[in-house]
Design a protein around this ligand. Sequence first.
Ligand SMILES: Nc1nc2c(c(=O)[nH]1)N[C@H]1C(S)=C(S)[C@@H](COP(=O)(O)OP(=O)(O)OC[C@H]3O[C@@H](n4cnc5c(N)ncnc54)[C@H](O)[C@@H]3O)O[C@H]1N2
Ligand code: MOO
Ligand SMILES: [Mg+2]
Length: 415
Amino acid sequence: MISVEEALSRILAEIKALPTVRVPLAEAAGRVLAEEVVAQEDIPPFDNSAMDGFALLSTDSKPQGDQPPHLRVTGAVAAGYVADHAVEAGTAMRIMTGAPVPPGADTVIQVELTRHGGPESDWVEILQEVKPGNNIRPAGEDMRCGQKILPRGTELGAWEIGILATLGWATVPVVRQARVAILGTGDEIIEIDQPLAPGKIRNSNSYLLEATVRRAGALPERLGVARDTVESLREKFAQAMTYDLILTSGGVSVGDFDLVKDIMAEQGQVNFWRINMRPGKPVAFGHIGGVPLVGLPGNPVSSAVTFELFARPVIRKLQGHAAVFKPQVEVVVEDGIQERAQRRHYVRAHVRWQNGKFVARTTGNQGSHMLTSLLQANALVIVPEGGPEVPPGTMLKAIMLDWPEDTQEEALASS
Ligand SMILES: Nc1nc2c(c(=O)[nH]1)N[C@H]1C(S)=C(S)[C@@H](COP(=O)(O)OP(=O)(O)OC[C@H]3O[C@@H](n4cnc5c(N)ncnc54)[C@H](O)[C@@H]3O)O[C@H]1N2
Ligand code: MOO
Ligand SMILES: [Mg+2]
């Protein structure tokens, strides 16, 4: 048996990022940028007004004695248009937010600081002296032509999508999404729309894995269920070899019909088998026909937990992410953990933020057949291998699978 850390480093050593594809910008969120983005123009592209008001010469805003300066209004410039004449001394032009500053003007005063005779008025009084550049957003203030804006490898979120749209990137080079084959195994497994028969159970693993693969940003495809025979596994493996990653569940332990490792060895290579952890000890990793294969254990919780620990980082790395692991935090285990295994134990728990600490409550019976132990679980508390039990109040590390969101009541109470 190898440690979790060794398993991870052996797995990730075998994985490299998929090739680049161009996708429409609207499909790029969550993907990893495959090329550096350099601004090809100034943003904003022209000096423009930050306020609705009047464009004028700053020297014209100086009060004359006790009278506010009185200027002749020669026209208006709205956003989307360009002034057809310049602002000269003694004149002003109405200007709207976002409109290009007309030539001649070096400042803008907001309408509230003026007196005028309405939208058609041909005069304006300037009620406050303004400096040059007031309310003018200069060209290139946000991004300069030639400036590096996003490095290659950036994970594209909503903010980056906004920047790319501003720069006119209608399509974006990103790392390709992983196509992930999901294969169930076992003579006892029937499809979910079939009536239960004696000895049979429904295929929960393939559906759980499909959802979690999709949540990881990849493209899952269920290939059905292989029987516990060499022929059936060979046939399904042949189908799976056209994908970027293969996830199997079941058939990796020491039972008479646990054949996944054998067929993996026949069609490719088993890199390692068995990890010093629970749930999920019998994980097997290798490849068939050069396609990485993570053989997840059949017990539903084992398969879900080992997906999060080993398969999700594979998907992240395939899709070009530099950061492939979920964050770990220190938590107070409020209810303690009674049973203590020799193997490292990943205990399902609900973690919440309370009085300045992360507090974990375990989710009940931790049997690896207990799908209900995943309900409410947003974290895996890591109980180190060996050692005594974990009394209530113990501090341990936990992997945060999901951050809890506050209800409106909680959010308003804490603000
Ligand atoms: N003698 C030993 N027996 C077992 C050991 C061991 O070390 N020595 N390890 C146990 C552990 S730990 C695990 S985990 C399981 C792993 O078993 P397999 O990966 O070989 O999986 P199966 O035998 O095929 O099935 C185990 C269990 O999971 C159910 N299952 C399988 N596929 C699905 C599916 N698609 N949906 C829902 N449930 C599924 C299956 O019916 C079994 O109950 O081995 C222990 N045994
Ligand atoms: O490793 Mo198994 O998942 O403990 O049941
Ligand atoms: Mg088995």
